[in-house]
Design a protein around this ligand. Structure first.
Ligand SMILES: C[S@@+](CC[C@H](N)C(=O)[O-])C[C@H]1O[C@@H](n2cnc3c(N)ncnc32)[C@H](O)[C@@H]1O
Length: 229
């Protein structure tokens, strides 16, 4: 159903995400060390690495990851993570901590963002915490714009990215070797730039922290946010 997210899932391991992810996850775990919690929902959980780290460090009773890519959810399940391919508007249990890690929120267009923030509010326990990181304007403008080509034994991937009118377009083309032939898949993934003010304007959750992050060591490419109900 979500072909573009599934294509991303097929190539994420070629993108160098694994190397930088632990330093991003640390912002989340540093805050979690300061509170007590029994339940956590990770939205856009991807292949489940974040939740595995949370389980190892905090061992909360109730852990759930959701993602719209079936391929990602299968990868998470294969690692033993409790994960489901569903939209959060279909969840009815509440969580004390909700996370959206590695610029998941930037994948939402404006109507989806508004609906998403409403759903988060509905499924967050009273006094619950919603933590996320978003791409900054500098992050969109300077870090990942241009062409990227990478291959391994079986796959040849090109990504052409550009940022205009607050939308970041990434055109993914993947060739996968099948015997002596290559299968071609192509999808565009959009990300949307949002200011902190705009996010705040769509939610009644209270912003209690905003921290600049330099994940790729060039500019402050991300912002880490903590909201409280
Ligand atoms: C950059 S990846 C981050 C994955 C993971 N959170 C991590 O830290 O490695 C963004 C993830 O968000 C998922 N995603 C995008 N839109 C979504 C939505 N509306 N609901 C749930 N997941 C979504 C994608 O499938 C992808 O797995």
């Amino acid at each position: 159903m979500h072909n573009n997210l599934d294509l991303y899932a097929k190539v994420e391991d070629l993108l160098g995400v694994e190397e930088v992810a632990p330093s991003l996850y640390k912002y989340y775990s540093d805050y979690l060390k300061t509170i007590e919690f029994n339940s956590i929902l990770d939205i856009g959980c991807g292949s489940g690495e974040f939740l595995l780290a949370i389980e190892r460090e905090f061992n909360p009773k109730n852990i759930l990851g959701v993602d719209l890519s079936n391929i990602m959810i299968q990868k998470a399940k294969d690692k033993g993570v409790n994960a489901k391919a569903i939209n959060i508007s279909n969840l009815d249990e509440k969580f004390e901590v909700i996370t959206a890690v590695f610029d998941m929120l930037n994948y939402l267009n404006r109507p989806s963002l508004i609906e998403f923030l409403q759903s988060v509010e509905n499924i967050l326990s009273d006094d619950g915490i919603f933590m996320l990181d978003i791409n900054s304007l500098d992050g969109f403008e300077s870090v990942a714009v241009g062409s990227y080509i990478v291959d391994d034994d079986k796959r040849f991937l090109t990504i052409d990215s550009y940022f205009t009118d607050e939308i970041y377009y990434s055109d993914f083309t993947l060739f996968t070797k099948e015997n002596t032939l290559y299968k071609k898949e192509q999808e565009v993934i959009n990300q949307y730039f949002y200011t902190i003010k705009e996010i705040e304007s769509h939610t009644s959750l209270k912003l209690i922290e905003a921290k600049n992050i330099s994940l790729y060591q060039e500019v402050d490419d991300k912002i880490f946010l903590i909201f409280k109900k």
